[in-house]
Write a protein that binds this ligand. Sequence first.
Ligand code: PMP
Length: 355
Amino acid sequence: MDKLINFGAGPAALPQPVLEAAAAALLRYKDTGLSILEIPHRGKLFTAIIEEANELVRELLGLGNDYHVMWMQGGGRLQFCMLPMNFLQQEAGYVDSGHWAAAAMEQAQYYGQTKVVASTRESDYRIVPELTNITDQLDYVHLTTNNTIYGTQLGQIPNSQSPIVADMSSELFSRQLDYKQCQLIYAVAQKNIGPAGVTLVIMHESMAQRQARDVPDILSYREMARQNSMVNTPPVFAIYTSLLTLRWIKEQGLDTLERKNEEKARILYQAIDKSNLFYGVAEPDSRSKMNVCFRLHRQEETIPFLDFCRERKITGIKGHRSVGGFRASLYNAISLEEVKILVRAIEDFTTHTTP
Ligand code: PMP
């Protein structure tokens, strides 16, 4: 069967050259006579992989050696728990911009108090909270810069008196930003970086001094940084595949990818806005360039539209189960040409269906 165009939110599309190089390494890694699955994690080969990956992360995001790069397991959910476990002493701030933001805050209650710095829950998360300057003195302020389920995205990182901790799972490496404004950034790999099973964490060294309590080594950012992500056996293959994607991102150029991502989102929103059958869910100023959420005015057309798309090899556009509708995720591996196929499907379905 031909490869489908996967607009899924994660596990998501990866660039074809990355899949091919990962597949080759599964059989033989370089001239080692071993599969990448068999190489020892404390040997020279893997050390070179993780060092190159760490360096590329810093380079692509414009960060210096004062940031530790770590690769962890346990997904976004474990980060939700580790953050308060490591850093919450008195009170932490959370920006309530969607399901994942709220889920992160919920986990903090075990360790201390939380304060909702801003919330758009009342408007069904169709907008991102407006934030320019956070003046509260808090242990940290947690933001979700791109809300995968609702298709909203923050324009900029706000100024803050307290350290900013950002969940960038569904947007990291999709645009240029002043990443130095964050003291900790995390992103699950399965969207824009690599396979599920690894989470990228980037932490300013000042955060290592802020550990609020004794925690087991495997759950301590300070210890993870000290041991270069090797408190236990790291997910070698997931990290290697992430390295392949990082190399691909560098080759493309983050600025070029950003421009492409803007164009992809622009033509898709334009098609949705032009159609009298569909409408965009997020308020225009809050629209995400990574996850485009849209719906049909007549819900009964949902399955026919999914079938219509499937005939054109489009998959993964069903919205999150909690909100329904459609969601097209436009991560880096999705090309402009592929988005044009979806645009055409929206246009053709609109002409077919309109009485
Ligand atoms: N944060 C964001 C922004 C997400 O979109 C997701 C999942 N899609 C998560 C966290 C949770 O990730 P995981 O399933 O790896 O726990």
